[in-house]
Design a protein around this ligand. Structure first.
Ligand SMILES: Nc1ncnc2c1ncn2[C@@H]1O[C@H](COP(=O)(O)OP(=O)(O)OP(=O)(O)O)[C@@H](O)[C@H]1O
Ligand SMILES: [Mg+2]
Length: 233
């Protein structure tokens, strides 16, 4: 479903990601791991259309989307849960969801909202609460729910569990599992490598912007020394 071929991305003269290629399929969790500054967010931004690659191509279901703007990514079914959540603090939970579904017709908006409230009952209970007054974990749920409003096929999640308490981390991973079973492709960036490896179908390890290792989740789990060697853990 998602095919990345030899992309190079960076900022001005700085190349942050070199010659990266991978494929990922619907119903999978694709974990992108690596140390600080390895190029994970840069890769996610390229996939989300916020940082067009200087070289290489990104295709979704055979359609080349490398050069298109971020808004067009939504039409191709790609939605982003950005690092640091970035919910709109002064809007209610419900209004945050409405923003996520702003491209939808009214009836679709309502039915998608019902769907996300089913996946996130905690948000349903807090639909009138201002997003800024939610706990960190609830804000992360809202960021995921807001992205889900656009009916994505591919969900890009940058730092799913960063700064969350263990119980909320568990809840977030339960949500990932639910979405995966619904057939979504989830591209997951994580600092807490172990959690990502536990759920990953495919794993790519980035080291200083280069792909250092790539394999199935099973390979990464059976021979975790391969992965930890690159992460220095
Ligand atoms: N806006 C920017 N301008 C210049 N360089 C940048 C910019 N954003 C990131 N970089 C550089 O690109 C490289 C990759 O950064 P990136 O944010 O992709 O890493 P990361 O793997 O997401 O790290 P972290 O785990 O800390 O979030 C780093 O060397 C970083 O300094
Ligand atoms: Mg990052």
């Amino acid at each position: 479903m998602l095919s990345v071929r030899n992309i190079q991305c960076g900022y001005g003269d700085i190349v942050a990601v070199h010659d990266l290629s991978f494929d990922a399929a619907a119903g999978q969790v694709f974990a992108l791991i690596g140390a600080n500054g390895a190029g994970k967010t840069t890769t996610i931004m390229a996939l989300a259309g916020h940082l067009p690659p200087n070289q290489g191509s990104i295709t979704v279901a055979g359609c080349d989307i490398s050069a298109g703007p971020a808004l067009e990514r939504l039409q191709h079914g790609i939605a982003l849960v950005p690092e640091g959540r970035r919910v709109f603090p002064d809007l209610s939970v419900e209004d945050n969801l409405t923003v996520g579904g702003h491209t939808l017709e009214r009836a679709r908006l309502a039915s998608n909202r019902d769907n996300v409230y089913q996946i996130f009952p905690r948000l349903a209970e807090r639909r009138s609460q201002l997003a800024g007054s939610l706990s960190g974990g609830e804000q992360q749920m809202l960021a995921i729910a807001r992205a889900m409003m656009a009916d994505p096929k591919i969900l890009l999640v940058d730092e799913l569990s960063l700064g969350l308490m263990p119980r909320m981390v568990d809840e977030c991973y339960q949500v990932v599992d639910t979405l995966k079973k619904q057939g979504l492709l989830i591209v997951l960036v994580e600092q807490s490598t172990q959690r990502a490896l536990d759920v990953a179908d495919q794993v790519a390890v980035l080291e200083s912007g280069h792909l250092a290792w790539q394999g199935s989740g099973d390979e990464a789990r059976t021979d975790s020394s391969v992965v930890s060697a690159y992460l220095g853990t």
